[in-house]
Write a protein that binds this ligand. Sequence first.
Ligand SMILES: [Fe+2]
Ligand SMILES: [Fe+2]
Length: 180
Amino acid sequence: MKTLQDLEHEHEIVKHALTISENICERLEGGETLNKDDMSELLEFLTVFVDRCHHSKEEAHLFPAIESEAKPMIAQMLYEHETGREFVRQIKQAFEAYKSGSMDALPTLIGNLRGYIKLLREHIDKEDHVLYRVAEKLLSQEQDEQMFIAFETIERERIGAGKHEAFHQMIHRLEAAYVS
Ligand SMILES: [Fe+2]
Ligand SMILES: [Fe+2]
């Protein structure tokens, strides 16, 4: 199904971002200085690509389409999206404090980024192996077609034309810098 393939493909890019994040944590724990530009870009990816685009596609379209058959699972997925948002809020707050010179901010930033990495890895795993497989059985071809059009609208309105590709390039650049 086109919609599930699209979401699974986005999961792959998100997993690359999580590996980059993990490497950033390790370097900071090893005493390296935080590269503020790279951190800003990573946070933009987590906010715009992961939350505003990917989670919106799931929350506005996929989840409602299968909710009657998968209610408890979807409630759990929504809770995890919300927990992810809270981690990102904490990371942003710690990053702002770090930029203002706070010495305590770095451990808070690392702790929340590590929490986010663990949450998202497990979340993606559940969606790839359980929720999307349930969706595959429940969705009709027609629903898949309609939802795919709605996904394109989300990309256009919430990310902007051409920005999706720019995010891919950003992740490739950060990967080259942080993941050996
Ligand atoms: Fe999700
Ligand atoms: Fe997802």
